[in-house]
Design a protein around this ligand. Sequence first.
Ligand code: FAD
Length: 429
Amino acid sequence: MADVIVLGAGMVGLSVAIHLQRRGRAVLLLDRREPGYETSYGNAGIIQTEAVRPYRFPRDLPTLLGVAGNRRVDARYHWRALPGLAPALARYWWHSAPARYRGLAAQYATLIRRAQAEHAELIAASGAGDLVQRRGYYKLYRDPAALAAALADAEQVRAEYGIPHGALDAAQVARLEPDLRVAVAGALHWPEPWTVRDPAALAAAYARYFVSLGGSLVRGDAASLRRQGSGWRVETRDGPAEAASAVIALGPWAGEATRRLGYRLPLFVKRGYHMHYRPAGSAGLGNWLYDADNYYLITPMAQGIRLTTGAEFAALAAPPTPGQLVAAERIARALFPLGERVDAAPWLGARPCTPDMKPVIGPAPCHDGLWFAFGHGHHGFTLGPISGRLLAERMVGAADPADLAPFGAERFLRQPPNGAVAGRRRARG
Ligand SMILES: Cc1cc2nc3c(=O)[nH]c(=O)nc-3n(C[C@H](O)[C@H](O)[C@H](O)COP(=O)(O)OP(=O)(O)OC[C@H]3O[C@@H](n4cnc5c(N)ncnc54)[C@H](O)[C@@H]3O)c2cc1C
């Protein structure tokens, strides 16, 4: 019998499972498909040490009006999803006010600043170093004033958090990426982040490492999670499994899993698309490039040049509406030679978001032996390993309580969920 069932084998669930297994807990990691094949597959693959400030809700009128027009490249929405999203988005807007946002960003930064060291250790342990490029990424600007503003902002990040950056002029950018078709004003270089040329392969390496530690990886449906005596039970393809504890690490699907248990957490998703293209230039794409004027990335992935889009506010299960990808692709083709599309259809994923931009990591407030690790938004690929360490330490009673205090689910609860018994909580791994 396992000690802990971890539900969801994305970057977050895998990391929780590894850290628990390392601490002597027998872990059963359950997913309905291969590990790392949902959001942790389709992202831009950046381990983002510079992302100390989470993405806030825009509060200036021109941006808000632009978003309302629903034709921007960075953010679009489904009209019919708005009534359901409104309460969470209103809270997102509220938390994005400058004074509140400063406090939240300071808490967020405590995770981000430890994230790369945690990946470094797992990358070494899982023998995945060949997937990782360690020279940062570039933000391109066409407008000199926008570049100057970005550099000034980066200078503030350096002063506050000690994160280095560099500046490239137009000629340096042209030398960096000889195939670029547009003469940009210059680029902001974040040299510290790492980039991964196949995020799903990194997840697969972590999964193999978890199994080598003695962990069990099984297929099954997390919706089968039930109370069993004082513990938890799920149905797997190999039959029922029970454990004293369970962890919900279901990324964008955490909302439906926690609702089933009676929680009403204000979770929402920002969907995103990607497409791969055959390289069409002579030099190829050497670096991760963010088109800062148009809010998409082009990245040299194992599968081809991957273009990833900004945010689409829509229901998780709504049919794809990849107009945003089409708009970004048109601009990207003018910027860089992209050949034919590689994938038959655009990939669609969903960033699992919370209104205060912080993930939920810690005990379930109203269920003994149940733990949460989700809501990592734009940076879950970066934050998986540090979240896994902190949650595992907390579960085995080896944590500094201050580490996880800002990330508990209690911050969203006014009253215990329907049908849940608010009882004394103990750390049981
Ligand atoms: C376009 C895009 C670009 C991004 N770029 C970056 C980036 O560069 N850097 C970064 O740090 N982050 C990035 N992100 C965010 C990042 O990808 C996510 O935050 C992260 O992958 C979330 O990981 P997770 O483990 O929480 O969720 P997931 O990876 O989605 O894992 C959840 C798992 O739960 C499983 N599951 C769901 N329901 C069930 C069920 N009923 N039964 C069993 N299993 C179930 C799924 O199969 C899945 O494997 C990006 C996201 C998008 C969409």
